[in-house]
Design a protein around this ligand. Sequence first.
Ligand SMILES: Nc1ncnc2c1ncn2[C@@H]1O[C@H](COP(=O)(O)OP(=O)(O)O)[C@@H](O)[C@H]1O
Ligand SMILES: [Mg+2]
Length: 359
Amino acid sequence: MGKKLKVGVFFGGKSAEHEISINSARSIIKNLNRDKYNVVAIAVDREGRFYTNKSAILKHMPVAGDMLVETAEIAEADSVNIVNICKQIDVAFPVLHGPFGEDGCIQGIFRYFNVPFSGPDVLGSAVAMDKDIAKRLLVSAGIPTARNAVFYRHERALIDYERLCLELGPILFVKPANLGSSVGISKVKSPEDFVSALEEAFLYDNKILVEEFIKAREIECAVLGNEDPKASMLGEIMVNSSFYSYSAKYCDKDGAKMIIPAQLPADVSDNIRQLAIKIFRTLCCEGMARVDFFITDDFRVFVNEINTIPGFTDESSMYPKLWEASGLSYEKLLDNLLELAMARHTRNAKLRAIPKITA
Ligand SMILES: Nc1ncnc2c1ncn2[C@@H]1O[C@H](COP(=O)(O)OP(=O)(O)O)[C@@H](O)[C@H]1O
Ligand SMILES: [Mg+2]
């Protein structure tokens, strides 16, 4: 057997999804096969400092204390410069949800320092994170999404609720352009709701979306691969509240139920799986992504959004559950993601950087 790969698993981070990320990483660190990998746990605190030293992690992120079994350290210092980390790992596995971790920022650091990493590259990560840009690309590829309007902070005074209702209908969704886990999202049914919804969304981003309400079931598909991505079977999220909010996702154990496989006619499922691959490609993704759809009662399909670092707990997260149900175990899924990271890196390393000058 060859040399073990040193895998750096990054978790925590600067976004509102800090805790969710720790839970995802806990499962990943536990399931990475120690016969193949040396695992370095890299905790990122809310200020963005990096720690690999166990006592430093215990001090700065005590909830991650139980994750440090069979993990390696790469430095004795309290916090570690990311450049040192990049020099000492063979491959990075960012498990950082939301801004800075899922949006191309940390992917840019890995690329700059020539470290292979799991999940989409810089462009795919950035495009998929920004719900406005993603929608524009989807619309230009002829893929249906909820109709919407986009506003920047400086346009706030121009936002006209009555007009938006005329254009988009009486129920609206207001969301920050770049976030996840339903943070900053509101469902709006009155002018009063709308004012507080804008307030809330602008707390998290300078750009927001106002969307039409789609009355529909929520169906998700896991996609995996680089040049030839594959789609998993589908799952359904059955929500027990007015929408799939942060508390329905993480706080209320009866907030939502996951149904795998989703109960849909075979031809509808097949179309959605094909569409998931088309969306993955349209949004420049490689490695992995979870594609989330709305399906109306008469089987009209809309894409809601795409997540390039989806929730990854082995107990309850849709992405690994969908692959498990499709015949790929959690441990093998991790192997696949790391193989895809290495394959992309090898492919890109062959690119010529300097033109060949001919006389
Ligand atoms: N246009 C919409 N129509 C109906 N429900 C919506 C709409 N947009 C969002 N939702 C509800 O809000 C949830 C979170 O929205 P989403 O855009 O997926 O944000 P996030 O990236 O935070 O998960 C969805 O899962 C769904 O329940
Ligand atoms: Mg979502």
